[in-house]
Design a protein around this ligand. Sequence first.
Ligand SMILES: C[S@@+](CC[C@H](N)C(=O)[O-])C[C@H]1O[C@@H](n2cnc3c(N)ncnc32)[C@H](O)[C@@H]1O
Length: 282
Amino acid sequence: MPGYLARNTNRRSIASTSDRLPPWRYRCGTKRNRMNERDWDKVAGTFEQEIFNVPANDAKGIIRGWVENLASPGAEATDLGCGVGRTLALLADHYARVYAVDVSSQCLEVAAKANAGRSNIAYVHADVSADKNSYPATDVVLCINTWLNAALEIREGLIDRTCRGVKKGGHLLLVVPSLNSALLTAYRHLQWNLRDGMDPQAAQKAAALNSHGLEHGLVSIDNVPTKHYLREELEALLNDRGFQVLDIEKIEYPWSTEFDAPPRWMKAPFPWDWFVAAKRVR
Ligand SMILES: C[S@@+](CC[C@H](N)C(=O)[O-])C[C@H]1O[C@@H](n2cnc3c(N)ncnc32)[C@H](O)[C@@H]1O
């Protein structure tokens, strides 16, 4: 699902002020309408350029901190939607066995090459939204920007199987796009337009989000409808699936991830993805 990885791209592709379009760096998606295995396969070779690197931009080390804190001798972990394996080394260093799961065999190939020296990683080619789990439930499941699909019937399968992939008493570490952040970005865009002297109507129009289904969290990133989440929605959906939410935090990014050359006055609050740590209690 390519759209969701770029960060500014989307937001700005929404705006008509093309001089504000951010560089093609995708936070959540890519420029192409990737949604299926073939789409993700196509991006495998250019993943680093096309797909925003969340772990590398987690300036406070929230993901690393939780991965390290939950590690214990013999514990097993899954990297669900592992892509080209950016977080595999971190997991493999702290867990006895790691399952690297992805729908894209090409991405898995790149991941396996990059981690060739690590014998405790098993690579699993699976569509988590549909397949019966072909890997065991583990103590920790790390899932970074994989719950992006706009289609509810696909997304529900993805969410259910992700949750079932966590052992009872184990933990889910989740990163998803924030709907609040998308709305904040639209507000910043409006402010910018007004400061530039646009009339209010034109300023609002130019800053409007590209969205069909905003009430369901669907915001297009580079014309790819991408699911964004509310904090409260995450709490509710995880509680429904037997999880106790332990922590919800913002992984914050600079405004340059949303806009090309953002003005100096555009400071905090910054855009963010949600990070969630939740324990499976039933
Ligand atoms: C935005 S990328 C994130 C990759 C990685 N987690 C990272 O942070 O670099 C989303 C990944 O999820 C995978 N993915 C999407 N839908 C999937 C599904 N239904 N089953 C398994 N993997 C899926 C894609 O192939 C892609 O590698």
